[in-house]
Design a protein. Structure first.
Length: 259
Protein backbone atom coordinates (compact mmCIF):
# COMPACT_ATOMS: atom_id res chain seq x y z
CA UNK A 1 0.00 0.00 0.00
CA UNK A 2 1.59 3.29 -1.06
CA UNK A 3 2.01 5.69 1.82
CA UNK A 4 2.46 9.39 1.19
CA UNK A 5 4.63 11.84 3.05
CA UNK A 6 1.54 13.27 4.72
CA UNK A 7 0.68 9.90 6.29
CA UNK A 8 4.21 9.44 7.59
CA UNK A 9 4.13 12.93 9.09
CA UNK A 10 0.73 12.16 10.63
CA UNK A 11 2.16 9.10 12.34
CA UNK A 12 5.15 11.08 13.59
CA UNK A 13 3.01 13.88 15.03
CA UNK A 14 -0.20 12.10 16.04
CA UNK A 15 1.17 8.64 16.81
CA UNK A 16 -1.26 6.47 14.85
CA UNK A 17 -2.52 5.51 11.38
CA UNK A 18 -5.95 4.05 10.54
CA UNK A 19 -5.89 1.61 7.61
CA UNK A 20 -9.44 0.53 6.65
CA UNK A 21 -9.63 -2.88 4.97
CA UNK A 22 -5.84 -3.28 5.11
CA UNK A 23 -5.82 -7.10 5.22
CA UNK A 24 -6.83 -9.23 2.20
CA UNK A 25 -10.25 -10.93 2.58
CA UNK A 26 -8.78 -14.41 2.07
CA UNK A 27 -6.47 -13.95 5.06
CA UNK A 28 -9.24 -12.42 7.18
CA UNK A 29 -11.46 -15.43 6.45
CA UNK A 30 -8.82 -17.82 7.79
CA UNK A 31 -7.96 -15.79 10.88
CA UNK A 32 -11.38 -15.93 12.57
CA UNK A 33 -11.51 -19.76 12.91
CA UNK A 34 -7.93 -19.75 14.20
CA UNK A 35 -8.86 -17.27 16.93
CA UNK A 36 -11.81 -19.53 17.85
CA UNK A 37 -9.47 -22.51 18.09
CA UNK A 38 -6.89 -20.54 20.09
CA UNK A 39 -9.50 -19.61 22.69
CA UNK A 40 -11.71 -22.72 22.77
CA UNK A 41 -8.83 -25.22 22.91
CA UNK A 42 -7.42 -23.53 26.02
CA UNK A 43 -4.19 -22.58 24.24
CA UNK A 44 -4.71 -18.88 24.88
CA UNK A 45 -5.22 -19.49 28.59
CA UNK A 46 -2.12 -21.70 28.72
CA UNK A 47 -0.07 -18.92 27.12
CA UNK A 48 -1.37 -16.48 29.75
CA UNK A 49 -0.63 -18.93 32.55
CA UNK A 50 2.90 -19.39 31.21
CA UNK A 51 3.43 -15.64 31.64
CA UNK A 52 1.81 -15.40 35.08
CA UNK A 53 3.42 -18.55 36.44
CA UNK A 54 6.48 -19.39 34.33
CA UNK A 55 6.99 -23.13 34.13
CA UNK A 56 10.63 -24.15 34.70
CA UNK A 57 9.94 -27.19 32.51
CA UNK A 58 9.63 -24.97 29.44
CA UNK A 59 7.31 -22.88 27.26
CA UNK A 60 3.68 -23.68 26.40
CA UNK A 61 3.25 -26.42 23.79
CA UNK A 62 2.04 -24.09 21.04
CA UNK A 63 2.36 -20.40 20.15
CA UNK A 64 0.27 -18.00 18.06
CA UNK A 65 2.92 -18.03 15.33
CA UNK A 66 2.23 -21.73 14.75
CA UNK A 67 -1.32 -20.99 13.67
CA UNK A 68 -0.80 -20.76 9.91
CA UNK A 69 -2.78 -17.58 9.21
CA UNK A 70 -1.47 -15.90 12.38
CA UNK A 71 2.09 -16.61 11.26
CA UNK A 72 1.29 -15.08 7.87
CA UNK A 73 -0.26 -12.05 9.56
CA UNK A 74 2.84 -11.43 11.69
CA UNK A 75 4.96 -11.11 8.53
CA UNK A 76 2.30 -9.80 6.11
CA UNK A 77 4.50 -8.13 3.46
CA UNK A 78 2.50 -4.87 3.17
CA UNK A 79 2.62 -4.56 6.97
CA UNK A 80 6.38 -5.10 7.12
CA UNK A 81 6.95 -2.62 4.30
CA UNK A 82 4.85 -0.09 6.18
CA UNK A 83 6.78 -0.71 9.40
CA UNK A 84 10.06 -0.18 7.57
CA UNK A 85 8.82 3.34 6.78
CA UNK A 86 7.48 4.04 10.27
CA UNK A 87 10.23 2.41 12.35
CA UNK A 88 13.19 2.37 10.00
CA UNK A 89 14.63 -0.48 7.89
CA UNK A 90 15.83 -2.52 10.89
CA UNK A 91 13.14 -3.81 13.25
CA UNK A 92 12.41 -6.90 15.33
CA UNK A 93 9.23 -8.81 16.15
CA UNK A 94 8.22 -8.39 19.80
CA UNK A 95 5.02 -10.39 20.35
CA UNK A 96 1.60 -11.39 19.01
CA UNK A 97 -1.64 -11.54 21.00
CA UNK A 98 -4.91 -13.01 19.75
CA UNK A 99 -8.34 -12.87 21.40
CA UNK A 100 -12.07 -12.52 20.94
CA UNK A 101 -14.35 -10.51 23.20
CA UNK A 102 -18.00 -11.12 23.99
CA UNK A 103 -20.53 -8.31 24.55
CA UNK A 104 -20.41 -7.08 28.11
CA UNK A 105 -16.68 -7.72 28.59
CA UNK A 106 -14.98 -4.89 30.50
CA UNK A 107 -13.05 -2.15 28.77
CA UNK A 108 -9.44 -1.22 29.43
CA UNK A 109 -8.17 1.92 31.16
CA UNK A 110 -6.00 4.54 29.51
CA UNK A 111 -2.48 3.15 29.10
CA UNK A 112 0.41 2.84 26.68
CA UNK A 113 2.50 -0.21 25.73
CA UNK A 114 6.01 1.15 25.20
CA UNK A 115 8.44 -1.33 26.74
CA UNK A 116 10.99 0.56 28.82
CA UNK A 117 11.74 0.31 32.52
CA UNK A 118 11.99 2.97 33.76
CA UNK A 119 10.42 5.15 31.07
CA UNK A 120 13.13 7.63 30.12
CA UNK A 121 13.15 8.45 26.37
CA UNK A 122 11.46 7.82 23.01
CA UNK A 123 14.56 7.70 20.82
CA UNK A 124 13.74 4.27 19.39
CA UNK A 125 10.18 3.74 18.12
CA UNK A 126 8.05 0.72 18.88
CA UNK A 127 4.73 0.05 17.12
CA UNK A 128 1.62 -2.02 17.73
CA UNK A 129 -0.50 -3.16 14.79
CA UNK A 130 -4.09 -3.70 15.98
CA UNK A 131 -5.90 -5.93 13.49
CA UNK A 132 -9.72 -5.82 13.71
CA UNK A 133 -10.65 -9.04 11.94
CA UNK A 134 -14.40 -8.38 11.86
CA UNK A 135 -14.04 -4.61 11.77
CA UNK A 136 -15.67 -2.25 14.27
CA UNK A 137 -19.16 -0.83 14.66
CA UNK A 138 -20.27 1.87 17.13
CA UNK A 139 -21.74 -0.83 19.40
CA UNK A 140 -18.46 -2.81 19.57
CA UNK A 141 -15.61 -2.29 22.01
CA UNK A 142 -14.26 0.97 20.62
CA UNK A 143 -10.68 2.16 20.44
CA UNK A 144 -9.92 5.65 21.70
CA UNK A 145 -6.53 7.33 21.29
CA UNK A 146 -4.90 10.51 22.57
CA UNK A 147 -3.04 12.05 19.61
CA UNK A 148 0.48 13.26 20.34
CA UNK A 149 0.72 11.58 23.74
CA UNK A 150 3.44 9.24 22.43
CA UNK A 151 5.89 12.11 22.79
CA UNK A 152 5.39 12.28 26.56
CA UNK A 153 7.78 10.45 28.87
CA UNK A 154 5.33 8.74 31.18
CA UNK A 155 4.77 5.39 32.83
CA UNK A 156 2.32 3.02 31.16
CA UNK A 157 -0.34 3.53 33.82
CA UNK A 158 0.04 7.31 34.24
CA UNK A 159 -3.59 7.85 33.18
CA UNK A 160 -5.06 4.60 34.50
CA UNK A 161 -6.76 6.43 37.38
CA UNK A 162 -9.04 8.02 34.75
CA UNK A 163 -10.44 4.67 33.67
CA UNK A 164 -11.58 4.99 30.06
CA UNK A 165 -13.14 8.44 30.63
CA UNK A 166 -13.50 10.91 27.78
CA UNK A 167 -10.39 13.13 27.58
CA UNK A 168 -9.91 16.47 25.81
CA UNK A 169 -8.43 15.96 22.34
CA UNK A 170 -9.14 12.22 22.17
CA UNK A 171 -10.09 10.50 18.90
CA UNK A 172 -12.70 7.73 18.95
CA UNK A 173 -12.27 4.93 16.40
CA UNK A 174 -15.47 2.90 16.32
CA UNK A 175 -16.35 2.24 12.68
CA UNK A 176 -14.09 0.12 10.48
CA UNK A 177 -14.70 -2.53 7.80
CA UNK A 178 -13.49 -6.13 8.31
CA UNK A 179 -9.76 -6.62 8.02
CA UNK A 180 -8.85 -3.11 9.15
CA UNK A 181 -5.64 -2.28 10.98
CA UNK A 182 -4.73 0.59 13.29
CA UNK A 183 -0.99 1.10 13.74
CA UNK A 184 -0.06 2.86 16.99
CA UNK A 185 3.25 4.17 18.22
CA UNK A 186 3.44 1.97 21.30
CA UNK A 187 3.90 4.99 23.59
CA UNK A 188 0.56 6.47 22.48
CA UNK A 189 -2.02 6.52 25.28
CA UNK A 190 -5.14 4.63 24.29
CA UNK A 191 -8.10 2.90 25.92
CA UNK A 192 -10.85 0.44 25.10
CA UNK A 193 -14.44 1.39 25.85
CA UNK A 194 -16.73 -1.53 26.61
CA UNK A 195 -19.25 -2.81 24.08
CA UNK A 196 -22.88 -1.72 24.16
CA UNK A 197 -23.99 -4.76 22.12
CA UNK A 198 -26.65 -6.99 23.67
CA UNK A 199 -25.41 -10.40 24.79
CA UNK A 200 -25.65 -13.07 22.14
CA UNK A 201 -24.63 -10.81 19.25
CA UNK A 202 -21.31 -12.54 18.72
CA UNK A 203 -17.66 -11.87 19.38
CA UNK A 204 -15.33 -9.05 18.42
CA UNK A 205 -12.04 -10.44 17.12
CA UNK A 206 -8.71 -8.65 17.46
CA UNK A 207 -5.10 -9.66 16.96
CA UNK A 208 -2.26 -7.32 17.85
CA UNK A 209 1.36 -7.61 16.84
CA UNK A 210 4.25 -5.54 18.12
CA UNK A 211 7.57 -4.57 16.52
CA UNK A 212 10.60 -2.50 17.66
CA UNK A 213 13.37 -0.66 15.88
CA UNK A 214 16.75 -2.31 16.28
CA UNK A 215 19.65 -0.48 17.91
CA UNK A 216 18.73 -0.94 21.56
CA UNK A 217 17.86 -3.97 23.68
CA UNK A 218 14.14 -4.28 24.44
CA UNK A 219 12.48 -5.91 27.47
CA UNK A 220 10.47 -8.99 26.44
CA UNK A 221 6.95 -9.49 27.79
CA UNK A 222 6.85 -13.29 27.68
CA UNK A 223 9.17 -15.51 29.72
CA UNK A 224 9.39 -17.88 26.75
CA UNK A 225 10.36 -15.10 24.32
CA UNK A 226 13.39 -17.04 23.04
CA UNK A 227 11.14 -19.95 22.12
CA UNK A 228 8.77 -17.57 20.31
CA UNK A 229 11.58 -16.08 18.22
CA UNK A 230 13.04 -19.52 17.54
CA UNK A 231 9.60 -20.59 16.29
CA UNK A 232 9.59 -17.71 13.81
CA UNK A 233 13.03 -18.77 12.57
CA UNK A 234 12.09 -22.46 12.42
CA UNK A 235 9.03 -21.69 10.33
CA UNK A 236 11.12 -19.39 8.10
CA UNK A 237 8.54 -16.67 8.53
CA UNK A 238 11.03 -13.94 7.67
CA UNK A 239 11.60 -15.56 4.27
CA UNK A 240 15.21 -14.34 4.51
CA UNK A 241 13.99 -10.84 3.62
CA UNK A 242 13.97 -9.42 7.15
CA UNK A 243 17.13 -10.81 8.79
CA UNK A 244 16.65 -9.06 12.15
CA UNK A 245 12.97 -9.94 12.60
CA UNK A 246 13.41 -12.94 14.94
CA UNK A 247 16.89 -12.40 16.41
CA UNK A 248 17.42 -12.87 20.15
CA UNK A 249 20.21 -10.30 20.32
CA UNK A 250 17.78 -7.36 20.39
CA UNK A 251 16.35 -8.23 23.82
CA UNK A 252 17.29 -8.09 27.47
CA UNK A 253 16.57 -10.94 29.85
CA UNK A 254 12.96 -11.39 30.92
CA UNK A 255 11.91 -9.81 34.23
CA UNK A 256 8.47 -10.61 35.66
CA UNK A 257 7.58 -6.95 36.33
CA UNK A 258 7.76 -6.21 32.58
CA UNK A 259 4.84 -8.55 31.78
Amino acid sequence: MPLGRQSLEEFRLRGYLVLPGFLPPALVERLGPEVDHWVESGLRQRSIDACLRPDPAGPPPFTELELAAHGELAVHPPLLRLLSLLLGPGFVFHHLHSDRRAPGAPGKDWHHDYEQNPQQDRRFPMAHALHYIGGLTPSDDSLVVLPGSHREIAEKNARAHLGSAVLPGEVLIDELPPGSTVVLHSALFHARRASSRPSGEGFRYMIDGSYCRTGRKWPPVKPYWRHLLATGRRLDLDREQWPELFRDSHFTEYEPHTA
